[in-house]
Design a protein around this ligand. Sequence first.
Ligand SMILES: [Zn+2]
Length: 249
Amino acid sequence: MGSLRSYRAKGIVLDRTVLGEHDLILTLLLESGEQLRAVAKGVRKGRSRISARCDYFCESDFLITPGKKLDIISDAATVDAHHALGVSPEKVSAAAALCELAALTSFEESADPFLHPILSRALTVLEGADDQPHRDLIVAAYAFKVLAHSGWRPELGSCAICGDEDPLYLSDSAGGLVCKSCADTLPDAEPVSRSQVGWLRSLISLRFDELLNAQIDDETALFLLGRAHSWAASTLSVRLKAMEFALSM
Ligand SMILES: [Zn+2]
């Protein structure tokens, strides 16, 4: 027999993949910031007492036994189920967009202590976001904060190309704000207002609870979520289905 010991790890359930008739593979964001895929046996159709602790967005304290290919979840205790997310399809959609981004910006055997607390906080604040503009704002802020941390911080000061100090166009391909003359050379550059530029900066600089209490209109919030989506899709080079769905809410 092997000598691999079981261990405990707190994690957030980012995704669930069906495995056979009764089991699931959970994608977890561990407290260390590492991503872990592990098998939860017998949890489909409520067959197991730990089923609820393996639900989407649930933060649990898992007992994990190393396996040959994938580790096995032997037990789980609830840390924070984020129950308030489940009460509305709009909150579920926004939380799914957060977890989709978390799964794409965390990696196996790659610890990063920034990643777990920020997702946990975003999910908690989202529970209290009872209108669509604020849900959009939290998803957009999470996307920009996590991408900026991962090395994709958009240039929101001077022109990303020439350094002009009053850039009022936005271009994902150039990496952020650009001035009028640089914008003329970029097919994806779009004009932005000073207020929109201010909001983009705030998404990175303000805390989630400050954003939750900020006054924001529907149109601005949707603009910010759209920019967060296009920035994430272009920097990560993937299709973000949950975020696309959140944009349609
Ligand atoms: Zn320029």
